[in-house]
Design a protein around this ligand. Structure first.
Ligand SMILES: [Zn+2]
Length: 349
């Protein structure tokens, strides 16, 4: 059966809204927003049977070479666990491989200072792998923007959302997603980029990169009391960027209901008014239950619902363009299961 994008979008949105509505005891606000969003649908006409390959997947064995020492939680085992899980679930046969082939240096310079880059070269004995992580994100943007795939997940490391201009911070060296946003704007002339960060930790580096910039809407859910201690709700951007930075701190033990509420109540209306041309996800799975570095309780099904919501948003405003970039997630088994759920949702499976 052929399924149109608009039908898919409607179904996905309704599924997400239905699940959220059940858990929110039929919130009238959610229902209003869901209906308003559905009314605004542009009805993209991509057919699932004849359109481009569904989901790209950035991976490269060199990402396994980056280490910050024995027993460090940001370890190569994270990616090995993801690869094993995608293989055992058969998803590896459904995804389209994307190689990190773009030279990222000119675009890293759009975000980071030369002094920062010098520091990274001294701090990371494998700075080339840090650059390769950025390259992976840019290559995914290329694949999605050229129509080779509809969306993509980047199984890259090191992560990036804490990186600003002060050298390595929070396991991050270069801000992969911030450079990807600038790349999409410069290389693909996409004017408005939405960055959604569901990592347990606040994406302070990403906030820093776009705090005064109205062309990039940054939305983040996170624990306010945890590292790095930033991400207060009253940090809303400044200058021209006022109103384009949305922080939604969540309490200890935040579950699917809490995060879906944050997305539907805060992100859905903001995206509706922003109308992004591209949706980027800082996919941090340390917000998952049983993560050693977090204390949220998001389930794999919850991540699938968030993914579907992002896909619906992208189908509505951004010609279905979604690039999801791995950030945290330190229970390797849990990370692998969450990524499987996320990629399955991206595939529409
Ligand atoms: Zn994190």
């Amino acid at each position: 059966m052929k399924v149109s994008e608009s039908n898919f979008s409607r179904r996905a949105f309704l599924n997400t809204a239905r699940a959220a509505t059940l858990s929110l005891c039929a919130s009238p606000l959610l229902s209003t927003m869901a209906n308003a969003s559905l009314r605004e649908k542009k009805g993209a006409k991509i057919d699932f049977d004849t359109g481009p390959a569904r989901t790209g997947f950035v991976s490269d064995d060199r990402y396994l070479l980056h280490t910050q020492g024995a027993r460090h939680p940001e370890s190569p085992e994270r990616l090995r666990a993801i690869h094993r899980q995608l293989k055992s679930s058969g998803l590896d046969k459904k995804i389209t491989p994307i190689a990190p082939v773009i030279d990222p240096l000119p675009y890293i310079r759009l975000v980071h200072s030369e002094a920062h880059m010098d520091r990274v070269r001294k701090q990371a004995h494998d700075e080339a792998i840090c650059r390769l992580a950025v390259s992976g994100a840019l290559s995914a943007v290329d694949a999605v923007c050229s129509g080779k795939v509809r969306n993509a997940f980047c199984a890259i490391r090191p992560p990036g959302h804490h990186a600003a201009n002060n050298g390595e911070f929070g396991f991050c060296f270069y801000n992969n997603i911030a450079v990807a946003a600038r790349y999409a704007q410069q290389k693909h002339q996409l004017a408005k980029i939405l960055i959604v960060d569901w990592d347990y930790h606040h994406g302070d580096g990403t906030e820093w990169a776009f705090y005064e910039d109205p062309s990039v809407l940054v939305f983040s859910t996170h624990a306010l009391y945890a590292f790095p201690g930033s991400g207060a709700a009253d940090k809303t951007g400044s200058g021209d960027g006022e109103g384009f930075n949305i922080n939604v701190p969540l309490p200890r033990g935040a579950d699917d209901r809490a995060i879906i509420r944050a997305f539907t109540e805060r992100l859905v209306p903001a995206a509706e008014s922003f109308q992004p041309d591209l949706v980027l996800i800082s996919a941090g799975f340390d917000a998952r239950e049983d993560d050693p570095l977090g204390d949220f309780n998001i389930t794999d099904a919850g991540f699938a619902q968030l993914t579907e919501l992002m896909m619906t948003m992208a189908a509505t405003y951004a010609n279905s363009r979604v690039v999801s970039i791995l950030e945290g997630g330190y229970n390797t088994r849990g990370l692998a299961l969450a990524v499987e759920s996320h990629v399955q949702a991206l595939l529409g499976a």
